[in-house]
Design a protein around this ligand. Structure first.
Ligand code: FPP
Length: 235
């Protein structure tokens, strides 16, 4: 099979809390440092010509964390959406938000409005497409997709039809998923989209995940063969 090109990388940004605790800092300090890593990673992805990347920033399950941590993460997100969007637009990034954005749901109307604004502001970006996954759960996304088909009166539900209703409809599927923080699980992230993805588990905590490590993973991946359930070519 041809040398693998990369169309999409999905990131599970884990280990902010442990990174902070190991330094006697608060968990929120870990998330703040995590936001800096996100910036470095985006710059590296642009340099490496990766066209699409997805980031698991806040899961549907994260609402169950202590109130102070949830509020801190939402504030960090608000700051990110106000201070970072112009810089991302300048770099040519296109931002979209993936997850449940139901009005009157768990995300505040001010955050929902900032998301709309960020998408509008960056819609013409061509350097990279970034999906920021917020209030996101893979099972929830699939259920919402199927519900849309049912509401539209579809009698036959095919994988292709479900795919057409996912939050990431029309985008290439991730070729690889990188999870930092040492755990080896998907934690309900992009369950449909990651069906054939290569999985990389890094022991680095997200705030310590470096440009060098990411570049190495991209190089390693480019040397791998992907078979999609078939045999390698020439066999
Ligand atoms: C998991 O680490 C990380 C999160 C729940 C949040 C990820 C958020 C960021 C990287 C912040 C920046 C993002 C934006 C869009 C502003 P954890 O807290 O579960 O770490 P632990 O497993 O060590 O406790």
């Amino acid at each position: 099979m041809a040398k693998a090109g990369i169309n999409h990388i999905a990131f599970i940004m884990d280990g902010n809390g442990r990174w902070a605790q190991a330094r006697g800092l608060s968990r929120l300090d870990g998330h703040k440092e995590g936001a800096n890593t996100l910036r470095t990673v985006v710059e590296t992805l642009i340099e490496q010509n990766v066209p699409v990347a997805s980031f698991y920033a806040f899961s549907s399950e994260n609402w169950g964390r202590p109130k102070a941590e949830v509020e801190g993460l939402m504030l960090l997100l608000k700051n990110y959406l106000t201070s970072e969007v112009d810089k991302l637009a300048e770099k040519g990034a296109k931002l979209t938000f993936v997850g449940d954005r139901t009005k009157g749901g768990k995300l505040s109307s001010s955050i929902l409005a900032l998301m709309d604004k960020a998408e509008e502001k960056t819609k013409d970006g061509t350097a990279i497409h970034l999906n920021i996954c917020i209030n996101y759960g893979g099972q929830d996304e699939i259920a919402r997709a199927v519900q849309k088909l049912v509401d539209a009166g579809e009698g036959v539900i095919t994988p292709k039809a479900i795919e057409s209703q996912l939050d990431t409809a029309g985008q290439p599927m991730p070729d690889l998923c990188i999870r930092t923080g040492g755990e080896q699980r998907l934690s309900n992230f992009m369950l449909w989209q990651l069906s054939y993805a290569e999985l990389f588990f890094s022991k680095s905590y997200w705030p310590a995940f470096s440009k060098e490590e990411l570049t190495q993973i991209i190089q390693d991946f480019s040397g791998r063969q992907r078979r999609f359930g078939k045999l390698p070519e020439n066999q």
